[in-house]
Design a protein. Sequence first.
Length: 320
Amino acid sequence: MKIDESCRGLSDLSKELLGSKPRKEKAVTELNLMANQLSNLPEEISQLENLKVLNLSWNRFEVIPEAIFHLPNLETLILSHNQITRLDDRIFSMPALSRLHVSSNKLVELPDTRNACAHLNHFFADHNAIACVPSYFLRNAEALRTLSLSNNALIEIPKTLGFCAKLNLLNLNHNQLRSLPGETGNLLKLEELHLQNNCLKELPDEIGNCASLEKLVIHENQLHSLPPNLFRLENLLYMDASSNQLTELAGYDTRLSSLESLFLNDNQFRQIPKELFQMPQIKHLALNRNPLFDWPAVKRISWQHQACLSILDSPLGTSN
């Protein structure tokens, strides 16, 4: 049974919902209370013993309501767009909870608790002010499949990231990361890695061990080179390395590459990398806004990749 009481301007749930509309508590599995004016939950919520999904986003919660910790079968908890400043350690001890959304709150830290992510499959804490991921937070995160911490103030990621053996998606966009740990290479199930708009000057060579990687987003960093074995990842289909300081792809063996989309625009290439001529499978290639001078190579690469429309739409060197 699903209950949808979203967008109703509720401020007192016990009076306006539970008290006036009796429900069969054991039948309720989903409760949507998003976009109200709630700042607390009544104890009666804990009577919903079979509740699996609870959406409390876009309310006025400053702390996680006590009643939530008494929902034994809760699997998904959505607390995004509130004013929560701290995550109670008990939230990570709820045995059934597998998906937790706390994005767009006022969090500045994550719990330094050994079993914090022991049960979670998906954790979203984007758009906060988190400056650090404690080592213990990821220590027992073997079940974690999604970790999304974009738009925070992270400077580094702990080596315990390597314990996230089942991680499929890692989103660290829009932080202040200066490096990634070599243990990133332990993420053999990782399919998407998002590192847009950070302060990375290099990527660890071990990233070439992420055999399942399909999508890599590293634009708007300070990269001068890429790991040599990156192009040997057989499942990598999409890479955006635009807006960096790349000047060449020299020494990269691109013959085994499966890349279909490659974005190298807004870098410092003065010549078309010859390695690109070994990649006929590419469907989308962007080289615009580079100080290119090699007109014959530009024409050749344009002919070879006829589907690519992002090569010649910017000034090429000093030529018109």
